[in-house]
Design a protein around this ligand. Structure first.
Ligand SMILES: Nc1nc2c(c(=O)[nH]1)N[C@H]1C(S)=C(S)[C@@H](COP(=O)(O)OP(=O)(O)OC[C@H]3O[C@@H](n4cnc5c(=O)[nH]c(N)nc54)[C@H](O)[C@@H]3O)O[C@H]1N2
Ligand SMILES: Nc1nc2c(c(=O)[nH]1)N[C@H]1C(S)=C(S)[C@@H](COP(=O)(O)OP(=O)(O)OC[C@H]3O[C@@H](n4cnc5c(=O)[nH]c(N)nc54)[C@H](O)[C@@H]3O)O[C@H]1N2
Ligand code: SF4
Ligand SMILES: [Mo]
Length: 746
């Protein structure tokens, strides 16, 4: 029987799976998703989607996705009611807090938090309620160096300039592969078409990467770089700008501090010095520098390859130093600051000056690593669990994180998790990490919740306001994640497991409104009425934001209702120059030469020329468009097809080791090994091998039936959790020396 015609409908939804934030068009039949495609009218993505979008349906339907809280009894999980789960958490967590203090509870925060509104708005509540110093997140496996460098230079960790790709005529991409990753710290859906358009109008695209990536293939030029060599290359380019009289600050001249100190600190970094440490020829360094300086609208963009390395913060800083010195910072077609409609630090408070970035307010107990943005390095988590004493992590709450696969040395972390007195996971799967939990609290499917991208509106190639309503009815009696987090927060604050968190949220909102709206607070609260949870907070932020209606002060301005009523999004125009207004440094200047970064330059200058130990290869990471970190390998539409977890290797390196295409290789770092099939490719820089992360789904106890069929090898099992960029605490995930040998035929 065919369903009644009125059961068929079209819905629009922003894809929550990666930073591109594509607009989707879903065809539904009742509560069943019939098809998912790109929304051609979307103001940001104009119809672009990647294969992962379609997997939202598989995710929604995945029988392994949890739909009820789980409680571990006698070693195995049983479904329980929400109340029973929270009662158990109260019963086991509170004595630990009371006996050992706040730091006894650790918190692990994973990547999907920024992609779910309920999580991104309410995780800070949980952090505050717990009051622990032991907070660890995926940021220190990823972009923390960029937060540090931008925080120091521009005063706010999310004041990250992004390429104005639509108007740029010279773009250098270093340590990023946006054709596959779809962009990161830069929301730019459809990079391939934008790169094509860029080249069609005569602009030039250059890629620097140890692998001739998919992005390099559409570029005008590609240069291999030795992993970790970026700080030298970028510093040498900056020095060359000074040497050749190419520094042009233009309009920003009066707003820049530290230029002389910067020039002095760059003096060791001649192109020849850089060549010996990065492998990029001195002539190439000079040519790229001259091209950047000569470009009318040029831009340098660096991403994870420049972050997850021993000089991650310094390299991230030098990317923006180059944009600044060449006159391309905050100029049309250059590196520009988006102006987000809600919750951006650089649109709040007094324009042009602020508190700046302060780090190291406390240190990790065992290694003494400095706090950054209230977090400690993920690489320190295992030792903080294992090492007895005051402040030892005895209980852990993970929220949307899978560090057993996503962080270096997951085997040690696994053992540490087993030693915990108690563990709670807010997660949708029993996976390699959550299998260690005592209680798992699942979230809803993304299709069952409204959506707004708090972070990515601050990183988008165009200023837009976009939000999505829930597409499907939430499963009955399933707690939305914002309430789950508030219930955990209530427990930590001693309000008990059955606290009325909706009433608590009302109080929190009233207090926030009272702080800003004064005498008008009552009217503002009334205007927000009829909404709950994240929707209400986003409405408040949009309406009081830079494009907002100001609760009637600016009729026609942005509100959540107006944003939802425009499923294609509201276009707020191209990026516009924002300096000095967007600065939040204490000096009110662009800090070109923060002291700690000069210190990192001195440390880099003291390193000997690069050399790889005899017979070793340098291991770097890789992403695949049908995969996303560690958690989408259970979705059939993405999992089908050839094995993607392969070790890419240059033919010469393979020949020396007697390896043929498809052979199984053993990759060894110290005593630890993994086995992976080899794929031979001259896209690799000789001496470098590449393996994707997020695989290794053969661990006992995980309930991922599809992923288990093609488990892949875990790159992070080889990496050393103690190696990190000292300023940001970010793990060194690339350029690690390994040995490779043949263990068998295909
Ligand atoms: N070697 C190496 N390691 C890396 C990287 C690398 O390039 N190389 N990349 C790093 C990077 S950039 C990142 S961001 C990290 C990511 O590492 P993590 O932050 O650990 O993220 P994922 O591996 O994606 O795991 C996401 C978790 O969230 C859960 N989840 C998914 N959707 C939801 C939801 O809606 N609600 C809840 N509550 N949970 C959900 C999944 O089940 C899974 O447990 O990995 C890092 N690890
Ligand atoms: N399909 C897919 N998309 C994703 C993800 C995914 O897992 N799969 N993950 C998402 C997440 S969480 C993030 S953070 C982003 C990351 O987005 P990107 O930063 O674009 O990440 P990658 O594709 O890993 O590209 C990093 C590049 O750096 C190179 N590299 C490695 N070491 C060095 C080095 O020392 N110097 C230089 N210059 N280059 C180096 C690698 O060869 C690789 O090509 O992608 C997001 N999008
Ligand atoms: S690129 Fe793919 S995964 Fe990323 S937002 Fe777009 S459709 Fe979703
Ligand atoms: Mo990431």
């Amino acid at each position: 029987m065919s369903p009644p015609p009125d059961a068929r409908r079209t819905a629009y939804r922003i894809c929550p799976l990666c930073e591109a934030c594509c607009g989707l068009e879903l065809r539904l039949d009742g509560e069943r998703v019939v098809s998912i495609r790109g929304h051609d009218g979307d103001v940001l993505s104009a119809g672009y989607v990647c294969p992962k979008a379609v997997a939202l349906r598989d995710l929604h339907d995945d029988p392994d996705r949890l739909r009820q809280p789980l409680l571990k009894r006698g070693g195995s999980f049983e479904p329980v009611s929400w109340d029973a789960a929270f009662d158990e958490i109260e019963r086991r967590l509170m004595p630990l807090l009371q006996t050992h203090g706040r730091d006894a509870v650790g918190l692990v925060l994973g990547n999907p938090i920024v992609h779910k509104l309920g999580l991104s708005l309410y995780v800070p509540r949980l952090v505050k309620a717990l009051g622990t110093r032991n907070v660890f997140s995926a940021s220190t496996l990823d972009q923390m160096p960029k937060h540090v460098s931008c925080g120091l230079m521009f005063g706010h960790p999310l004041s990250v300039p992004v390429p104005d790709i639509g108007r740029c005529d010279w773009l250098l991409v270093i340590g990023a592969n946006p054709i596959v990753s779809n962009g990161s710290m830069w929301t730019v859906p459809g990079f391939r078409d934008r790169a094509r358009a860029l080249r069609a109008r005569g602009a030039r695209l250059t890629v620097i990467d140890p692998r001739r990536t998919e992005t390099a293939r559409v570029a005008d030029a590609h240069h291999f770089i030795r992993p970790g060599g970026d700080v030298y290359l970028l510093a040498a380019m900056a020095r060359t700008l000074f040497d050749e009289g190419l520094v042009r600050l233009g309009r920003l001249q009066p707003h820049v501090a530290g230029l002389d100190a910067l020039r002095d600190a760059l003096s060791p970094f001649t192109p020849e010095f850089a060549q010996a440490r990065s492998g990029v020829g001195a002539d190439t360094v000079r040519r790229l520098t001259r091209e950047l300086a000569a470009a009318e609208r040029g831009c340098v963009y660096g991403r994870i390859g420049t972050c997850t390395q021993p000089f991650g913060s310094a390299a991230s800083w030098l990317v923006d130093v180059l944009n600044l010195l060449s006159g391309h910072l905050d100029e049309n077609g250059g590196a520009m600051f988006p102006k987000a409609p809600a919750l951006a630090g650089n649109t709040q408070g007094k324009p042009g000056v602020g508190r700046g970035l302060v780090t190291g307010r406390h240190r990790s107990r065992v290694s003494g690593a400095p706090e950054v943005l209230g977090e400690l390095p993920m690489g320190c988590l295992a030792e903080e669990i294992e090492t007895p004493g005051d402040g030892q992590v005895r209980a852990l709450i993970t929220v949307a994180g899978n560090p057993v696969l996503s962080a270096p040395n997951g085997e040690r972390l696994s053992r540490a998790l087993d030693s915990l007195a108690f563990m709670v996971s807010v997660d949708i799967y029993v996976n390699e990490t959550t299998r260690h939990a005592d209680v798992i609290l699942p979230g809803l499917s993304p299709l069952e919740e409204m959506h707004y991208d708090v972070a990515f509106a601050q990183l988008a190639h165009r200023n837009v306001a976009r939000a999505s309503a829930a597409v499907l009815e939430p499963a009955p009696a399933h707690l939305p994640e914002w309430q789950t987090l508030l219930r955990l927060a209530a427990i930590a604050q001693g309000r008990g497991p059955r606290a009325d968190v909706c009433a608590w949220d009302d109080e929190l909102l009233a207090a926030e409104v009272a702080k800003h709206a004064g005498a008008h607070a009552g009217a503002v609260l009334a205007a927000l009425g009829g909404q709950a949870g994240p929707a209400r907070w986003i409405d408040l932020a949009l309406r009081s934001g830079p494009y907002g209606d100001g609760f009637g002060l600016r009729p026609g301005g942005v509100t959540l209702a107006r944003t939802l009523a425009a499923p294609a999004g509201i276009d707020l125009g191209p990026l516009e120059p924002r300096l000095p207004e967007a600065l939040r440094t204490p000096s009110g200047k662009i800090e070109a030469a923060p002291a700690v970064l000069l210190g990192e330059l001195a440390r880099a200058a003291a390193q000997p020329p690069a050399s790889t130990p005899a017979a070793a290869l340098l291991l770097v990471g890789r992403r695949d468009v049908r995969s996303n970190n560690s958690w989408m390998h259970n979705l059939p539409v993405l999992a089908k097809g050839p094995q993607r977890c392969t070790l890419l290797m240059h033919p010469a390196d393979a020949a020396t080791r007697g390896l043929a295409d498809g052979d199984v290789a053993r990759v060894r770092a110290g005593a630890r090994t993994i086995d992976a099939p080899v794929a031979i490719s001259d896209d690799l820089m000789p001496g470098v091998v590449s393996l994707p992360h997020g695989w290794g789904h053969d661990l006992p106890g995980a309930q991922l039936r599809v992923a288990r069929e093609q488990p892949g090898a875990n790159l992070n099992a080889l990496l050393d959790e103690s190696l990190r960029d000292p300023l940001s605490g970010t793990a060194v995930l690339g350029g690690v020396a390994v040995r490779v040998e043949r263990v068998g035929a295909a």
